[in-house]
Design a protein around this ligand. Structure first.
Ligand code: GAP
Length: 444
């Protein structure tokens, strides 16, 4: 993980937040390439979940919802983790994860294992961030920052079902920030206090729920594989009964083999009718499906719930590679071209050659409206290639002496390092064709 963190910092993908004030644990800021990569992850998700389907519509609900939403959802009563403090080292631990945690003073031991450890009894700690709406502290209303995007979807079920004129099975998809006051955040952007989720609630007739659950587990696994995640690093793990959330009838996690070990990347849950029924009871609004003959039922919900940041971390880990080329070490991000922040770099071989610069600028202007391209004329060409390799740019187009003679450029492939000479006039079409071609990770 250290190599990934270091590359993210070096190339401006992700860096610690509030650094000039000493940083705030487990909060991160995303720089230019981090933003572009994160946007591509979300765009691919929206494409697969909304744009390429006619049974799912999009929603963007508020982050701060009526406080009763969280009573109905069960989060006020049950979104707790058991917490213990150590009076000696002052560290906090999840009581159910002591065996995997490190003692604050003796990291080779687990909390409670040294004579100095002085642990409190476990107490329940609600993970929701609470804040107040209203100008006056005393009279303001207590509200929560949402810990999941899903509830904004459930409370809009009636609106969307009517306005979007969909009948079950249909889904509502939402991408947005969620907040959790995690007791043990960490492992870079794997577990943070604020993060983005990509959640889709799929409303189905109750009898069809099992079938749709299996469908969505397979579909979501396929999405990661199509975007280049190696099959060897992806697995499905079913929750056993003791592990299920309060709303869940069944859950399967899609896990990725991160450098920290197999960990949850996305959860697919069969939430039954828990949410629509509970919001119906608490709000008095019937969240049901009414058939044309007047019969009614409460749809069941299948929920694929993914984390944007966790997905981005998995794509980064899967893409990170080091190799030796011509006796020199090369670090390369073998990202799927559809995820890569920059699709091609346009490089004049000699930055001071006005003829080359002119041609390169013209090519860059020609390409930039079609794809994300970068113009780079700073430093030796070798260093520029390495910089592009480290940010995962699949192609580099180089303008050299020969370009000035015959209007051809070289196109360099990030993964194979093969270079081919092509007419400059065909560069745009060739680039688009290559970017659209199927891609598999060359990593083992
Ligand atoms: N609506 C269901 C739900 O929120 P979850 O398993 O708690 O389920 C879904 O969260 C996904 O959100 C997780 O699989 C993970 O990718 C992401 N996620 C959850 N907590 C996170 C955190 N503290 N930091 C980063 N990502 C998180």
């Amino acid at each position: 993980m250290d190599a990934i963190v270091s590359l993210c910092r070096r190339r401006g993908f992700v860096f610690p937040s509030s650094e000039i004030y000493g940083g705030l644990g487990s909060s991160y800021d995303y720089g230019h390439y981090g933003v572009l990569l994160k946007e591509n992850v979300k765009a691919r998700w929206l494409e697969a979940m909304v744009r390429e389907r006619d049974d799912i519509v999009a929603l963007d609900s508020a982050i701060i919802l009526h406080p009763q939403v969280w009573e109905a959802s069960g989060h006020v009563a049950g979104f707790n983790d058991p917490l213990v403090d150590c009076r000696f080292c002052k560290k906090r631990f999840r009581a159910d994860q002591l065996a995997e945690s490190e003692c604050g003073k003796r990291p080779s031991r687990h909390p409670g294992e040294t004579p100095e450890c002085d642990l409190t009894d476990a107490r329940q700690f609600n993970l929701m961030f609470e804040t107040r709406v209203g100008p006056v502290e005393e009279t303001g209303k207590s509200v929560f920052l949402r810990p999941e995007t899903a509830q904004g979807i459930f409370i809009n079920f009636k609106n969307v079902a009517q306005l979007a004129r969909r009948k079950p099975p249909f889904g509502i998809a939402q991408v947005g920030k969620s907040f959790r006051n995690e007791i043990t955040p960490g492992n870079f952007i794997f577990r943070t206090l604020e993060f983005e989720q990509m959640e889709m609630e799929y409303f189905v007739p109750p009898d069809d729920a099992d079938e749709w659950f299996r469908y969505w587990v397979a579909e979501r696994r396929r999405w990661y594989l199509e975007l280049g995640i190696r099959e060897s690093h992806l697995r499905i793990r079913e929750h056993d009964a003791g592990e299920l959330s309060h709303y869940s009838r069944a859950t399967s996690d899609i896990e990725y083999l991160y450098p920290i070990g197999w960990s949850e990347l996305e959860g697919v849950a069969d939430r039954g009718d828990f949410d629509l029924r509970s919001h119906t009871e608490h709000s008095g609004t019937r969240l049901e499906w009414v058939e044309q003959d007047g019969s009614r039922y409460t749809p069941h919900v299948i929920e694929p719930a993914a984390g944007v940041n966790r997905a981005m971390l998995a794509f980064l880990c899967d893409a990170y590679d080091e190799e030796v080329v011509a006796s020199r070490e090369r670090t390369v991000l073998r990202l799927h071209p559809r995820l890569a922040p920059v699709k091609a770099a346009v490089l004049p071989l000699i930055a001071k050659d006005t003829g080359m610069v002119e041609k390169a600028r013209a090519l860059y202007e020609h390409l930039k409206h079609a794809v994300a391209v970068e113009y780079d004329d700073s430093g030796q060409i070798g260093r520029r290639y390495r910089r592009q390799d480290e940010i995962g740019t699949p192609y580099a187009l180089t303008i050299d002496e020969q370009t000035l003679e015959d209007d051809t450029v070289t196109i360099r492939d990030r993964d194979s390092l093969a270079q081919e000479r092509i007419p400059i006039g065909a560069a745009r079409e060739q680039l688009l064709d290559r970017l659209a071609a199927p891609w598999r990770s060359p990593k083992q």
